[in-house]
Ligand binder design. Structure first.
Ligand code: PGA
Length: 261
C-alpha cells in the first residue's frame, strides 16, 4: 500500500484527478468506480476542471457506482444514483448510459446484487475505484465485520453511519434508510487500482487502523492491505495518527508511484 500525505483535501482531489486523467490517456474507455459522500467531491471538481480546460478527454469513460440505499423512491435526490449523476456524470458531460449502478428499488434485491456483480465483470472490471472511508472503517457500505470475501449484497447500516449520513436528509436520522446495497469487499478488491481518500481529523483513527493495524473484518478498509495496487491519499489531519507518517512522506513525497505510469 502506498500512502501519500498531502496538505489538504483540495490537494488530494487534484492528485487523484491527475491519476484518473493519466489512466484515461492510456485507456480512454476506462471503467471508473466512484464513491459518494463529501470526501470525493474535490476529486470530481478537479477532474471536471481538467475536462473543461481540455487537459483530458473523458468522452469514452464509463462510471460505476459503489453502493446504493434500498427503498428510496426512484429519482430521490439523495439516492446514490441521483447523487452520482449530479456530481460526476453530468459535470463530466457523459451520457446516462455511460453509468452503471445497482438497482436499489428492485423487488428482488438479492437478484439485483448478483446482476450488478455480473455486469461489472462483463464490463471488463473496474480499472480505478475511488473510495472514501467511514469513521468506523467501512468502505462502500461494508460495515465492521463484513466478510473480507463478500460480494455485492444487501447490508444493514450501523447507527453511527446513519447518524453520519443524516446531514444529507435534513439532519433527520429517521429519513436515512436502514438498508443498502454495496459492492462487497471481495468485489471491491477486484478493481485494478484502489484509491482511498480520507481527509480531516475525524478519519485519523480509521486511517491508522486501515494502514498500520492488522487485516481485520472489524476494520473493513484494512482489506486494502491485501490488494497489490492500493493507494491511500490522506491530508495532514487524517494522517495525524500514523506512526510511519515520516516514512510515507519521505517515500512518496506527494507523488504516488502510479503517476505517469
Ligand atoms: P464521507 O463518507 O466522505 O462523507 O465522510 C465516507 C464514507 O462513509 O465512506
Amino acid at each position: 500500500m502506498e500512502v501519500v500525505i498531502v496538505q489538504d483535501a483540495q490537494a488530494g482531489g487534484e492528485l487523484i484527478a491527475e491519476g484518473i486523467a493519466d489512466l484515461l490517456r492510456r485507456k480512454p474507455d476506462a471503467l471508473l468506480g466512484v464513491a459518494t459522500g463529501s470526501t470525493p467531491l474535490p476529486i470530481y471538481d478537479a477532474l471536471t476542471a481538467k475536462v473543461r480546460s481540455g487537459a483530458v478527454d473523458v468522452s469514452r469513460a464509463r462510471i460505476a457506482q459503489l453502493d446504493e440505499y434500498v427503498g428510496l423512491p426512484a429519482g430521490h435526490p439523495e439516492s446514490y444514483r441521483s447523487t452520482v449523476l449530479r456530481q460526476v456524470v453530468e459535470p463530466l458531460g457523459l451520457d446516462a448510459d455511460a453509468f452503471m449502478g445497482p438497482d436499489g428499488s428492485a423487488e428482488d434485491v438479492q437478484a439485483a446484487c448478483e446482476a450488478y456483480d455480473r455486469a461489472l465483470a462483463e464490463a471488463g472490471g473496474v480499472d480505478l475505484q475511488i473510495l472514501g472511508i467511514g469513521t468506523d472503517g467501512h468502505i462502500g457500505f461494508n460495515e465492521p465485520c463484513s466478510s473480507l470475501a463478500s460480494r455485492t449484497r444487501i447490508k444493514t447500516l450501523t447507527e453511527q453511519t446513519r447518524i453520519d449520513n443524516a446531514r444529507f436528509f435534513e439532519g433527520d436520522i429517521d429519513q436515512v434508510p436502514h438498508h443498502v446495497i454495496t459492492q462487497g469487499i471481495g468485489t471491491i478488491l477486484e478493481a485494478r487500482h484502489l484509491v482511498l481518500l480520507a481527509t480531516g481529523e475525524g478519519k485519523a483513527e480509521a486511517v491508522a487502523q486501515t494502514v498500520e493495524g492488522p487485516v481485520a473484518a472489524l476494520v473493513p478498509a484494512s482489506a486494502l492491505q491485501l490488494h497489490p495496487h492500493a493507494t491511500v491519499v490522506v491530508d495532514e489531519a487524517a494522517a495525524s495518527r500514523l506512526k510511519l507518517a515520516d516514512y510515507f512522506r519521505h517515500t512518496y513525497a506527494n507523488k504516488p508511484a502510479w503517476q505517469g505510469l
